[in-house]
Design a protein around this ligand. Structure first.
Ligand SMILES: [Zn+2]
Length: 346
């Protein structure tokens, strides 16, 4: 199998980044130097993303209500997500599991890599919500990001060398049940060609996992009425994990992508990823979360007054909030385009 320059570039950086020092909340690795040589078409691919589509998808999803797992709103929203992916040309697959004895499912769709269909990045968010509002930020925003990245990579003239899977988890709010079930059920299937000699890989080998969960609201801590002048995109990995070095490297690809292709808002890398669907993957593959704020130090300390509240509805957020979410979208898209080897093919 051909080794890709993009992959080697990304993973060569691990050598500079895997000597963490001890901080008050565990080991904190020093920042990695900017070192990525961007593939020629990454900018053109990122430019295909449309802010208006991203915002419109948040509005539609939030209008279903909070999408509590198993509720009619959850089922209706999942059906809408499936229709959207089918309309983009994807085959939508399901991962069934049981939650307290009741059947539930997550959805996924895959852009198959032209050169290495047996390897993939996972780009994800959670379909379910809570709080009695519209779960607009948590996590319609993440789902809308995944749908727009999926739309761009599905365009007829966009090709990737490696596969990219778009996963929409269910039961995040009840304890990461959908993503946990997927990680344990499907980890053993990685890289297996099935049927044999078919060229099909139901579970391509995982190269990295990027989860998106609450990407709109950075009004500082304590939160003010307006967006913080220091608003940023927070990319977190877990320093206490088996893939800490690889995860830090993946986070840094997003940080550098944000610097090169993000809009207006910088990205910060933190080392305490927790409480979202990338968690079950942390000891299996390079895993990061993308958020509006650090989960523990900021969101956990009250940075978002709408979190799990009836006020987490579309109308709560303004243009600056959607700008921040769109910066997160461009950040992820740049990293995924680079790592998957995306090209515009005439
Ligand atoms: Zn969430």
């Amino acid at each position: 199998m051909r080794r890709s320059a993009a992959l080697l570039t990304a993973f060569a950086m691990v050598a500079c980044g895997d000597s963490p020092g001890a901080g008050p909340e565990g080991p904190v690795a020093p920042p990695l130097p900017d070192s990525i040589v961007w593939l020629p078409d990454v900018g053109a691919v990122v430019a295909r993303a449309e802010r208006a589509r991203f915002v419109a998808d948040i509005e539609v999803l939030a209008a279903f209500g909070d999408r509590t797992q198993g509720a009619p709103s959850n089922i209706a929203a999942a059906a809408w997500i499936e229709q959207r992916l089918v309309a983009l040309g994807y085959e939508v697959e399901r991962h069934p599991y049981l939650y307290r004895g009741a059947p539930r499912e997550s959805l996924f769709a895959t852009k198959v890599g032209a050169a290495e269909p047996d390897k993939m990045y996972i780009v994800s968010a959670h379909m379910d919500g809570r709080g009695g509002g519209g779960a607009a930020d948590d996590d319609a925003s993440g789902v809308a990001l995944v749908l727009e990245v999926a739309r761009v990579l599905a365009l007829a003239d966009v090709s990737t060398e490696r596969s990219v899977r778009f996963a929409l988890w269910n039961n995040e709010e009840t304890g990461l049940n959908g993503s946990t079930a997927y990680a344990s059920d499907r980890a053993p299937l990685q890289g297996i060609e099935d049927p044999p000699a078919s060229g099909r890989y139901p579970e391509p080998t995982w190269l990295g996992m990027i989860q998106h969960d609450m990407i709109l609201f950075d009004h500082g801590l304590p939160p003010g009425p307006q967006q913080s002048v220091n608003a940023d995109v927070d990319v977190e990995y877990q320093s206490a994990s088996a893939f800490a070095g690889e995860s830090q490297t993946l986070a840094d690809v997003l940080r550098q992508g944000n610097r090169e292709f993000g809009v207006r808002y910088p990205a910060s890398v933190g080392s305490n990823m927790r409480n979202t669907d990338s968690w079950p993957f942390r000891n299996l593959v390079a895993s990061v979360s993308v958020r509006e704020n650090e989960r523990v130090a900021e969101i956990g300390a009250g940075s978002n007054p709408h979190w799990h509240q009836p006020t987490d509805v579309f109308s709560t957020y303004d243009d600056s909030d959607f700008d921040l979410g769109f910066a997160a979208l461009r950040t992820t898209l740049s990293a995924v385009a680079q790592l998957s080897g995306a090209r515009i093919v005439p």
